[in-house]
Design a protein around this ligand. Sequence first.
Ligand SMILES: NC(=O)c1ccc[n+]([C@@H]2O[C@H](COP(=O)([O-])OP(=O)(O)OC[C@H]3O[C@@H](n4cnc5c(N)ncnc54)[C@H](O)[C@@H]3O)[C@@H](O)[C@H]2O)c1
Length: 322
Amino acid sequence: MLIGGLPSDEASNLDLIFADLKKASKMKKIGVIGSGTMGNGIAHVFAQNGYNVNLIDIKPEALERALATIAKNFDRQVAKGRVTEEEKQASLDRISTYVNIVDGVGDCDLVVEAATERMDLKMKIFKEIDDSSPEHCILASNTSSISITQLASVTKRPEKVIGMHFMNPVPVMKLVEIINGYSTSKEVTETIEKLSKDIGKIPAMANDYPGFIANRILMPMINEAIYTLFEGVGGVEEIDTVMKLGMAHPMGPLQLADFIGLDVCKAILEVLYDGFGNPKYAPCPLLVNMVNAGKLGVKSGEGFYSWTHGTKELVVSDSFSK
Ligand SMILES: NC(=O)c1ccc[n+]([C@@H]2O[C@H](COP(=O)([O-])OP(=O)(O)OC[C@H]3O[C@@H](n4cnc5c(N)ncnc54)[C@H](O)[C@@H]3O)[C@@H](O)[C@H]2O)c1
């Protein structure tokens, strides 16, 4: 027998799935995988908005660092009068830490993966979450550029896999770029859109093509700024000044590249280059050289600028000063 064009047993399966998704929209527990720069910010924002968070990292020291960073960032919010001391403490109490995925995702309604940007690693993690989390759990990735459809392909629930691309620093930046994989269901997209609004963010929808929206536009601009330096059209200060004062960007593209990490920029450009097969996305040879030399920007102490004295003052790196 057909119900609405579907065999009755398939229709009742769909009913069950939608009932599960409705449950998922009343999410209580969020798993966050990877407690680095992004993972600790994502855990912070969910905990601040009343969700219980299981923060998972393979490195115990990364979890310790993350808890210290979250507490420090809450202190900043308390000092600015945005959060009370009690709210800070209640939020911190909502975060539990785990060193393996199997223990951490068993009771989660949503898992946000924010581990290192490597396809092989993320595929392995998605398979593990799929095997260990409840059937209704939505699996999201914070990847900057890796295909959501490809991550979904290693799971038994591709309709519940989605991109949730937060921006750095997560507690401050309003945007969440939501990426629909090829098989992501409309209900899952709506659930994540609503959840993003619930935690005070503004969602923007994108489809799953290399770089999505954010990095498809940002990375070629950064690469072009590096070419402009490489070809001697302008110096570091001049390039960043033109974009700040001329285009009203809050920081120049070379400074931004140093903040993102030059290795990350190169990796994303390679995803664009491979994905579109178009030479316009090939990373500039200067960027490749800098990454090979270990000049990765803020995290290594030097990129286009020198960061050994902190991030407040802009000092052009000796390699580029006149
Ligand atoms: N840094 C940014 O500005 C930024 C912005 C948006 C999105 N992203 C994306 O967010 C993700 C994380 O980036 P990040 O900058 O926070 O990286 P990071 O290097 O600061 O942190 C990654 C963490 O993942 C952990 N990890 C590695 N393998 C793991 C595993 N199997 N299980 C659990 N944890 C594991 C590492 O120990 C590390 O603590 C990447 O996909 C990146 O592309 C980064």
